[in-house]
Write a protein that binds this ligand. Structure first.
Ligand code: SF4
Length: 561
């Protein structure tokens, strides 16, 4: 590591020396020695890539490996599309790839550690004469966060590309075939963030063609600046895709046979197409567009814009046989009109992710989340009143800066009070550049963070088990994804409208449309009764294969009965 850093420093000094010499400012004996050292380093690195320099160089075939959130999965589809438009082939098999692009996540330390380990493995493959791999690139949030450090550290990356620069991947790949010593940093890296890039005109190439589920990215970036979060620094400012481009992409997916569309964004429900100016109500409330009582560090510009409620309504209106979900939302962007659209549109799934992060008002204030425990609980109450049977999920961070035992206890009590059905729980890990890293002290000892996280997980699990136990005897409309992993010969697997994994016992059911018993297949809607419930999976027996419309009509639009 130190040697690599030294080499990188020598390279930088050498470049500076070379520039000074060219400009007539240097050329000392010391400078000349450094240039020689840099040349030696260059030539060693060039020879490590010697297999690229053969006259029979294979055409580029790119393998993309994705870490992190669903947004990254969707971005990898965008990169595939950009590459294909440039005539660059992609492959799902690393063994035949000449270039591997690792789409990374920077949200937590351990997510980054996994990527560093993977980059070292890929570097070893590059040296393996029996392997075609010659180029390794880093895409995504780590690329944005670490920038040139990725190029300099142990030669782990040949190219680096941030989330807003994916149109530039073909150029960076092309450059990676040239001699390293001929390349500048700009030739190998593009981490420019954009105020308007949404890849609206790029039709993503889905890796899982044939799946009944698909994702459509509707907005990028985040303006919220929560104290702990690196996303605003790695993904840039919030911007939304044009309304019609989202609807067109959804229409195309439906024509391909997709039965469930998930709308995606870092802050998906703050979607606002063509915002004109800051929203204010009659009493000049700049946060009038938000759920009641919520605020943010910026004034949202929503006036005259088509909002997320309009968008989800339009996508759901394309075809009632296609379910619509969304992730990942912020609680502030659940105004009543959005809750109403979700309640009144049968094919918008009755599952809401409401990331709380903490149950303590004072911790939420340090986190700069823009709400109190009370305001959050009011929203939960409203959501449950307006959308009967809605399933709720959340995110929690244990051991944030300054968190006391009392504040932690308030998080446990929030978990008790709300009884979430799913949750994503982590202990706090400091991220450079964030408000917390600059202004707060990461003062909760590691063992305390871990103990508190274990208590949060245990409380969540106990309550989720109780929620799932109440499912026994209920009937759900399950969208089948395929054979179950555990017992593919005897069971099928899918998801309820409320987002729960449902394993269906048996592989045949009566079909409403044909009037006889048929095989259950991926993309079918199956009416299934829950007979057993685990912590995260329901076991159900099928009664019939039906249409979404028939189910909603028979049960007044309810997600289950
Ligand atoms: S809302 Fe907060 S936690 Fe979520 S991405 Fe934006 S800054 Fe990060």
């Amino acid at each position: 590591m130190t040697r690599a850093r030294d080499a990188a420093m020598r390279l930088r000094r050498a470049a500076a020396s070379a520039t000074r010499a060219r400009d007539g400012f240097g050329g000392t004996a010391v400078g000349a020695r450094v240039v020689e050292a840099a040349r030696a380093t260059h030539s060693a690195r060039d020879s490590a890539a010697a297999k690229t320099a053969t006259t029979t160089r294979a055409p580029t075939r790119v393998y993309i490996e994705t870490y992190g959130c669903q947004m990254n999965v969707s971005d990898s589809d965008v990169v595939r599309s950009v590459l294909r438009a440039h005539g660059v082939a992609t492959t799902e098999d690393l063994r035949e790839a000449t270039a591997a692009l690792v789409n990374t996540c920077a949200v937590r330390d351990n997510a980054e550690s996994r990527v560093w380990t993977r980059l070292r493995q890929l570097k070893a493959l590059k040296r393996d004469a029996g392997h075609a791999l010659t180029t390794v690139g880093v895409l995504g949030c780590m690329a944005e966060r670490l920038k040139a450090k990725l190029l300099e550290t142990e030669d782990l990356a040949d190219l680096v590309c941030g989330p807003d620069a994916y149109r530039d991947v073909p150029r960076l790949l092309e450059n990676s075939t040239r001699r390293l010593s001929d390349l500048s940093e700009e030739d190998r890296m593009n981490v420019l963030l954009s105020l308007d890039e949404t890849y609206a005109d790029v039709r993503p190439v889905r890796r899982d063609v044939g799946s009944p589920m698909a994702y459509v990215s509707v907005m990028r970036g985040c303006d919220n600046m929560c104290a702990f979060c690196v996303v605003p620094f790695t993904r840039g400012r919030e911007r939304s895709r044009p309304f019609e481009s989202v609807v067109d992409e959804a229409r195309g997916l439906i024509a391909e046979g997709v039965k469930e569309i998930t709308l995606l964004g870092q802050n998906v429900n703050s979607y606002a197409d063509a915002p004109m100016k800051a929203t204010t109500s009659a009493d000049d409330d700049p946060f009038a567009a938000y759920a009641k009582g919520f605020k943010s560090v910026y004034k949202p510009k929503r006036e005259g814009a088509r909002t997320f409620a309009d968008l989800i309504s339009a996508v759901a209106g394309l075809d009632q046989e296609v379910r619509v979900r969304f992730t990942s939302p912020h609680p502030k962007d659940f105004p009543d009109d959005l809750l109403r659209v979700i309640a009144q549109t049968p094919n918008v799934c009755k599952q809401l992710h409401m990331p709380a992060q903490s149950g303590s008002t004072s911790t939420l204030e340090r986190m700069r989340r823009g709400y109190t425990r009370e305001v959050y609980l009011d929203l939960i109450k409203r959501a449950r009143e307006m959308i009967p049977g809605v399933a709720l999920s959340s995110d929690f961070i244990s051991g944030f800066c300054g968190e006391t035992e009392d504040e932690h206890a308030e998080t446990l009590s929030l978990l008790e009070d709300v009884r979430y059905e799913q949750a994503f729980m982590f202990h706090y890990s400091l991220r450079e550049k964030t408000h917390a890293a600059r202004n707060l002290e990461d003062d909760v000892p590691e063992h305390v963070k871990k103990r508190r996280l274990a208590e949060v997980i245990a409380t969540f699990r106990r309550r989720a088990l109780e929620a799932n136990a109440a499912e026994v005897g209920r009937t759900h409309l399950v969208l089948v994804e395929g054979a179950s992993k555990k017992d593919p010969e005897a069971q099928m697997s899918g998801r309820s409208d409320t987002g729960k994994r449902v394993v269906i016992q048996g592989k045949r059911a009566f079909s409403n449309s044909s009037g006889k018993e048929v095989d259950i297949k991926a993309g079918d809607y199956v009416v299934a009764r829950v007979v057993e419930a685990g912590a995260s999976t329901l076991l159900a027996t099928p009664s019939e294969i039906t249409t979404a419309r028939a189910f909603y009509d028979a049960h007044s639009g309810a997600a289950w009965f």
